[in-house]
Ligand binder design. Structure first.
Ligand SMILES: Cc1cc2nc3c(=O)[nH]c(=O)nc-3n(C[C@H](O)[C@H](O)[C@H](O)COP(=O)(O)OP(=O)(O)OC[C@H]3O[C@@H](n4cnc5c(N)ncnc54)[C@H](O)[C@@H]3O)c2cc1C
Length: 503
């Protein structure tokens, strides 16, 4: 019997724990900092409404960080409070990941089976490349909100192709619609073009071999009007297994390392303190807290560890690199629906730009169109300023430090403005910075890569370099910016690693 201790019952932790405990030869203990309701039926209904993100100041189920960063703090993690958007990464993201990791394990050919296996696509499940037996129900809204419909109509009027299935990644270059004849003089594509032009946007995408350009209904992880995060699809159905224990309200404060081997963790629960031992420790605490935990455990940049008064267990570039999707929110008068079905029902994909017509009112009486840069060149850094677990890490997103990022985001804002006939004024660098927000997709703080990669923290199998029996399995190990929201990627990653551990 192998005893695995999983830290965090978030998106990755739920999938990993459920798949691993399917084998009675594995005993799995999950420690989660947030609430764990004994049964799925006891989860408050408001947390299951996919049209509402429980992030307000009164919310007791989020971690909060400077810069408006939040993360889910409950069984299901961020996947239990997110927008339910469930779009697969294009094959080119996986090729880039494989190249950085020096491993075919993360190539599209290896990974695509998990896309099929994990989903039950209620619209396209029987189509090639899809699944109709998986635990995660996926569907697109049938009756979009007025703002979503207006967005789609404006995309059509502007000449953008409609992509019926945004998850049709089996042949990623297929869905170009009418934007099929790029002008010969255009090599830059979506980058740097202020003028609204689907031909230009798509030709750039195609010339670099990336995902299709066009708009479509968002595949959503929901069914019967409820958000179906990984706690509901994976962990709750497994909870009755005798070899799986999930304990809530328990915060892991440190990984215990003897010599070069992880042997367990220290935890706190209110005033109570304790230790738990295992054959293997897997951090699934998310891109912020997994990195913070490693550093607090003495695995991190040496100078930082010394300045915090921490013993150096293993020098490692934890937190040295991270990426996110910077996002501009354009707001203008309009009436968002009182009860939207989902927070985001349509998107327009322009290679590495994503335009998002949100249905909830972020500001009363205003509609919001998000413009996100999906593959930024700029990267950020996470550092600890205190060894005290109660002190949040410092996260410098490094947004828009690369001039090319500013140009591309500026082009996206101008395309969005033209789509809705808005006049944002001069979109200079100061304007961009003044309107900048986050998509809440931070990743890469414990980057994957070979041991000789000076930015790598874990190897291609998610094992921390230099420390035996310690792994990180969550969004923190993804070593490249993702062209789409990360939820499909993180559950896929967890499923693939669970299979690796089960072998
Ligand atoms: C508000 C919001 C909306 C989003 N919307 C979308 C979307 O619509 N589509 C999309 O693709 N992506 C979306 N994302 C991103 C996506 O949800 C996350 O990237 C993904 O869930 C990350 O999974 P994870 O397993 O890495 O971390 P998480 O799901 O955040 O899980 C980490 C878990 O670890 C627990 N934990 C942390 N530290 C400790 C500790 N020390 N001890 C014990 N437990 C601990 C946490 O409480 C949490 O449950 C959104 C994110 C947010 C925050």
């Amino acid at each position: 019997m192998t005893r695995t201790l999983v830290v965090g019952a978030g998106s990755a932790g739920c999938v990993l724990a459920a798949r691993l405990s399917a084998d009675p030869g594995h005993e799995v203990l999950v420690l989660e900092a947030g609430p764990v309701w004994p049964t799925a039926a006891q989860i408050p209904a408001a947390l299951l409404d996919p049209g509402h993100l429980p992030l307000g100041p009164e919310s007791a189920v989020v971690w909060r960080y400077p810069g408006n960063l939040v993360r889910g703090k409950l069984i299901g993690g961020s996947g239990a409070i997110n927008g339910s958007y469930f779009i697969r990464p294009p094959a080119t993201d996986l090729a880039a990941w494989s190249a950085v990791a020096h491993s075919a394990r993360w190539s599209y050919d290896t990974i695509a089976r998990y896309f099929r296996e994990l989903e039950h696509d209620l619209d396209f499940g029987t189509e090639p490349g899809h699944g109709d037996h998986g635990p995660i129900p996926v569907r697109r809204v049938a009756d979009p909100a007025p703002f979503s419909t207006e967005f789609a109509e404006r995309c059509v009027a502007a000449g953008f192709a409609e992509i019926p299935d945004l998850n049709a990644t089996a042949e990623p270059m297929r869905a170009y619609g009418r934007a099929s004849a790029p002008p010969a003089d255009d090599a830059a594509g979506a980058r740097g073009h202020a003028r609204l032009s689907p031909d230009r946007a798509s030709s750039g995408a195609r010339s670099r071999g990336h995902a299709p350009v066009g708009f479509g209904r968002v595949p959503l992880a929901m069914s019967n009007g409820q958000r179906r995060g990984p706690a509901l699809t994976h962990l709750y159905p497994a909870l009755s297994r005798p070899n799986l224990t999930v304990t809530g309200a328990t915060t892991v404060t440190r990984v215990l390392v003897r010599g070069t081997r992880a042997i367990g963790v220290e935890w706190s629960r209110g005033r109570e303190r304790g230790t738990a031992y295992a054959d293997r420790v897997v951090l699934c605490a998310g891109a912020i807290e997994s990195a913070a935990l490693l550093i607090r455990s003495g695995i991190g940049p040496e100078r930082q560890l010394r300045s915090l008064g921490l013993r150096v267990v293993r020098p490692a570039p934890v937190g040295r690199w991270c990426t996110d999707h910077p996002e501009i929110g354009l707001e203008f008068p309009g009436q968002p629906p009182a009860r939207p079905t989902a927070a985001l029902e349509y998107v327009l994909e322009l290679d590495d730009l994503e335009l998002r017509p949100y249905t909830p009112a972020f500001t009363p009486g205003l509609c919001r169109l998000g413009v996100a840069l999906m593959r930024p060149e700029s990267s950020g850094e996470l550092t600890l300023t205190s060894a005290d677990p109660a002190v949040a890490p410092r996260i410098d997103q490094g947004y828009l430090s690369a001039a090319d990022d500013r140009e591309r985001l500026r082009a996206g804002v101008e395309i969005a403005a033209e789509l809705f006939g808005l006049r944002p004024g001069s979109v200079d660098d100061a304007w961009l910075r003044g309107h900048l927000g986050t998509s809440q997709h931070l990743s890469g703080t414990c980057r994957m890569g070979p041991a000789n990669d000076e930015r790598a923290v874990v190897d291609e199998g998610a094992r921390v370099h230099g420390i035996d029996d310690l792994m990180v399995v969550d969004l923190s190990i993804v070593p490249v910016p993702l062209s789409r929201g990360p939820q499909v990627t993180v559950v896929t990653l967890a499923a693939a690693i669970a299979d690796l551990l089960a072998m």
